[in-house]
Ligand binder design. Structure first.
Ligand SMILES: [Zn+2]
Length: 218
């Protein structure tokens, strides 16, 4: 038998199998391939400050969460998780080196206090993406607690001004670039850096074409 990842021949007694709920579930692996892969998702259950990680081969949540790779094109994508016990109630993109970080930290603190106060059983999930600027921060709650959780999330969001576009600007693009992209693509409603990154990734050629047309007009 060979290791599914590195194809090294496996001796009897040194065969590892990918944990359930991982990308390589039940696939035969060598010891180093089983242990060396980095985390795809890190999960914190309620007040417990210990991280539970899921890599593509190991699952420390005992299958409560399963990880999936969502491919957006042949080279890019992101991880997400699913669960039979918990439902997703909020997703935020965490942006590196960003003024919105403070707001999100405030939101995180507030929502945990509210959840504790109302006895919500929750898990916070941080998932990796192929884009170095973004990491997903997802909040899950026990399935029967979804309606109340939504109300509490809305309350916390209002308190920290969560939906204000100002938090999601000037990370990658400056204000002027956003403005130009907004003029070139009025139909896309470019308000935040996240909108702009998405546009650049999807419509690279189209941007160059519209940009040269735009310049000719001036
Ligand atoms: Zn291997």
């Amino acid at each position: 038998m060979k290791c599914y990842l590195c194809e090294r021949k496996l001796e009897k007694g040194e065969i590892y199998y990918g944990d359930s709920g991982t990308i390589y579930e039940d696939k035969p692996l060598c010891e180093s391939c089983y242990y060396e892969d980095g985390p795809a998702a890190v999960i914190y259950f309620g007040k417990d400050n210990d991280p539970y990680t899921i890599s593509s081969t190991r699952n420390e949540t005992d299958g409560i969460f399963r990880v999936k790779w969502i491919r957006t094109d042949p080279w890019r994508g992101y991880y997400t998780v699913e669960s039979d016990e918990y439902s997703l109630v909020n997703t935020a993109e965490l942006l590196a080196y960003h003024q919105g970080e403070e707001m999100l930290a405030e939101f995180d603190k507030m929502i945990r206090e509210l959840f504790d106060e109302y006895g919500i059983d929750y898990a916070r999930v941080f998932c990796r993406s192929s884009n170095v600027f973004f990491q997903n921060y997802e909040i899950f709650v026990k399935k029967d607690q979804v309606p109340l959780s939504y109300l509490l999330i809305m309350k916390a969001k209002k308190e920290v001004d969560y939906d204000n576009p100002k938090w999601y600007k000037e990370i990658i693009f400056d204000e002027k670039t956003l403005e130009t992209l907004g003029k070139l693509f009025p139909e896309r409603r470019i308000e935040t850096d996240y909108d702009a990154v998405e546009l650049v990734e999807k419509c690279y050629d189209d941007i160059l074409r519209r940009l040269s047309e735009y310049k000719e007009r001036d």
